[in-house]
Design a binder for this molecule. Sequence first.
Ligand SMILES: C[S@@+](CC[C@H](N)C(=O)[O-])C[C@H]1O[C@@H](n2cnc3c(N)ncnc32)[C@H](O)[C@@H]1O
Length: 382
Amino acid sequence: MLFYLEMSEKVVIFVLSKDINTLYKHSRREDKYCHQNIMSKNNSNLHKARNEKNDEFYTRREDIERELKNYRPHFEGKVVFCNCDDPFESEFFTYFAINFKFLKLKKLIATCYNGSPISGMELPLWEDENDREARKACMLTMDDLYDANGDGVIDKEDVKRMLLLPGHITRLEGNGSFDSPECLKILKESDIVVTNPPFSQFRKFVATMMKYEKKFLIIGSMNAVTYKEIFPLIKENKLWLGNNSVAKFIQPDGSEKVFGNILWYTNLEHHKRNEKIFLYKKYNEKDYPKYDNFDAINVDKVDDIPCDYDGVMGVPITFLNQYCPDQFDILGITCRRYSPEYIIKEYSKDDYNNANDLNGSACILQNGRPQMVYGRILIRKK
Ligand SMILES: C[S@@+](CC[C@H](N)C(=O)[O-])C[C@H]1O[C@@H](n2cnc3c(N)ncnc32)[C@H](O)[C@@H]1O
């Protein structure tokens, strides 16, 4: 599986070797302790999005429905907050609004960010002309849903009618940022946050959720797994992956943008997390070589995890898609020297020009020379 690695504010050029297990990386900046990941064509879109601080990619309803159906019981009696969502135009808001009764929600709140290009397109939000022009941040709240137009069906039209009744649309004083004082106040009163936050602020967004001890289900890049702020949360089982990936997003002009390795992150329990991986392969030294510099064996595919090995194993990061905490402990990661306790060798520049790169990843000896492998999660069977 291909995935792209974020290295914030760093210029990295990846050169893929013919051997898919070996990737040579040349960094023009200091941070050499990075993963051996592959940047796919699709993921360069994400790279571009982040660099340009262009966060305007909207989630499709079908992707929201596909993921949300795994969490239904969590929502009963809860206040749901979509805090990066143009009220009404966001499919997150629409999903929860239309399913308000079905999910037995207590309240639904959405806030949007100043200047968002699609806010107010479907629902008039502002009375003041200046606010309209500035696309001023505002908040929508819903605490009931009924057949407002009396046509016998409860649908988006009823949501719209209800929202236009007094008291449902509020202009925000601040800029509507998820970490602005106004939005944090709403956050404190909410139970579950569900959104696709701006790609460029994923770290800050998760940190905010953690600080306020909120339950959340959000969309982010697979690469975030390797962020120094995110991996420890995954290791400590405070954050895990959801059920699906999200391949397509809608841009403000209505066109689709395709990304690779975008998926859901959550701290809500779901069924898949309790499903153990069926292990059937037997350990042998040839197929599972020890790393030269990490105290672990290498496993190239999740399906290949041996059933009879009790030591530390380095597995692809895609393992997290199938991680069951009752089956494995996550011990560390081979990237960026995050897990020094498993490092057993340091390469020197005297021996290898690329010693810094080698020291930033797990290496396997090939013809007597260390070859870097992709970033690996270090795990052990329970
Ligand atoms: C990736 S888009 C997703 C939009 C929507 N959640 C969805 O999934 O369709 C991220 C949205 O966050 C908004 N945004 C950017 N910075 C923000 C901030 N600091 N606080 C809240 N929203 C922000 C952007 O305007 C954009 O609409």
